[in-house]
Design a binder for this molecule. Structure first.
Ligand SMILES: Cc1cc2nc3c(=O)[nH]c(=O)nc-3n(C[C@H](O)[C@H](O)[C@H](O)COP(=O)(O)OP(=O)(O)OC[C@H]3O[C@@H](n4cnc5c(N)ncnc54)[C@H](O)[C@@H]3O)c2cc1C
Length: 408
């Protein structure tokens, strides 16, 4: 383990994760005169957005690039010239708006790639000491990292902003949210990313695919697979829905055309629009087992007993939740239902609407933890709630930096 003793004159902010919200936080930190270091586990920035880069955002450019990013893009000579009402794919957002900023060396941001954050603690303090006391803030954070060669490193910071998202930490397949027996042993057979069916049709054609989940990601996968199967009769999709009648995240009079198309398409598949798609309602995965090259999935179906299907591929898109182990040694008060930070989770529970467009920031206070100067922002801050939108992330960043400025 190498220990860097780099006590600094300016307060140092460690931003965890080089996603869009990590970028926004890093830019805000630079503007406010902090030393900013961003630790990214992958070998490139925007890693999660790239992972589903073939998928189109349902929000348009106008909502997906912050005013702060636009200002920096202009100043650095990479002006964003797009049709603001169009929606980019993940790759397009990364290519046109995020990566030009990450890669611009004139910005005083240290982007440490291939640095996976393993744990965060306080110098000289354990979790149960100085409970919810500002005195904890006098000790630096210790950030334990693992680099690409597997070597561990330790860095220090005065403020930590966790923007590690939740896409990289998917939920498992089994009933009750725990892995199904056999799931861990057969992990290599379970895909947990939105498959790029359109670019790699050969990987899917002629197969029997078991798909689990009913959120927007699963809906996208179902539509792309059904499109591939259309009129050929050689590809079969078994789509397992946990509920008898999912809500699909549909919104009445939806102003977002792409979201409406997605939820309408999913509904119509569930109603039997494609002979290639078999719908299993009220389905709970009981067990996975290997059978030569195939995988057997045993399911419980509502009150109507069990069913066993033999499949070539499994796509599990059952949502995700952030990596909470990172801050096990910090005083973070989490919601017992959503696993999001408590104050924000409570504010979200109070929101009547399930429409993400109705979401705004909930104020700096909702982002504070008992642990001073530790913030969870972005997708991860919403825990199991899946209504997070990037524009909420921009607001969260402003709220946190305004609060830090007040305290300074
Ligand atoms: C398919 C899909 C479609 C979406 N569509 C929309 C949309 O239309 N509009 C909208 O506003 N929002 C949308 N979202 C939601 C949300 O805006 C995105 O998930 C967005 O990428 C969240 O940004 P983020 O910076 O919080 O996290 P992420 O983009 O997930 O970035 C997290 C970063 O942290 C890194 N990381 C993770 N763990 C560690 C670790 N331990 N150490 C170091 N680095 C780590 C990851 O590699 C990644 O680079 C969508 C999400 C998905 C999955």
């Amino acid at each position: 383990m190498s220990v860097r003793d780099d006590r600094v004159s300016r307060p140092r902010i460690a931003v965890l994760g080089a996603g869009p919200v990590g970028l926004e936080a890093a830019l805000a930190g630079v503007e406010r005169g902090y030393e900013v270091v961003v630790y990214e586990g992958a070998s490139h920035p925007s890693a999660n957005v790239r992972d589903w880069g073939h998928v189109q955002f349902f929000t348009p450019w106008s909502m997906n690039v912050s005013p702060r990013m636009r200002r920096h893009l202009d100043e650095l000579g990479h002006p964003l010239e797009v049709d603001e009402e169009d929606s980019p794919t993940g790759h397009e957002l990364a290519d046109r708006a995020l990566d030009p900023l990450w890669k611009d060396e004139s910005l005083p941001i240290r982007l440490a790639l291939d640095r996976r954050v393993l744990a965060i603690g306080r110098e000289g303090l354990l979790k149960h000491e100085e409970i919810a006391s500002r005195r904890r803030g006098r000790r630096a954070f210790r950030v334990l990292l693992r680099n690409a060669e597997g070597r561990e490193e330790l860095e220090r910071a005065h403020i930590v902003i966790d923007c590690t998202g939740k896409y990289g930490n998917p939920n498992t397949l089994g009933d009750g949210g725990i892995p199904a027996p056999g799931e861990e042993a057969l992990a290599s057979r379970v895909g947990r990313r939105i498959p790029d069916v359109r670019s790699r049709p050969g990987d899917w054609r002629g197969r029997t695919v078991f798909l689990a989940g009913a959120g927007h990601s699963a809906q996208t996968a179902a539509l792309h697979l059904a499109e591939l199967a259309e009129g050929r009769g050689d590809t079969r999709i078994i789509w397992a829905l946990r509920r008898e009648s999912p809500g699909w995240g549909a919104v009445e009079d939806d102003p977002l055309r792409l979201r409406k198309e997605l939820t309408d398409g999913a509904r119509s598949l569930a109603a039997g629009a494609s002979p290639a798609v078999e719908i299993l309602r009220g389905a709970a995965v009981e067990e996975l087992a290997a059978e030569n090259g195939d995988t057997r999935v045993r399911l419980r179906l509502g009150d109507s007993g069990t069913e066993e299907v033999k499949v070539d591929r499994i796509v599990s898109l059952t949502g995700g939740v952030g990596d909470h182990a990172l801050y096990r040694q910090l005083q973070v008060h989490e919601c017992y239902a959503t696993s999001g930070p408590m104050k924000l989770a409570a504010a979200l529970l109070g929101d009547a609407s399930g429409d993400c467009l109705e979401q705004g920031g909930h104020g700096a206070e909702s982002l504070e933890n008992p642990e001073p100067n530790f913030f969870i922002l972005g997708d991860k801050s919403y825990g199991r709630n899946n209504t997070f939108l990037l524009r909420v992330g921009w607001q969260q960043v402003d709220e946190v930096f305004d609060r830090l400025a007040e305290e300074r």
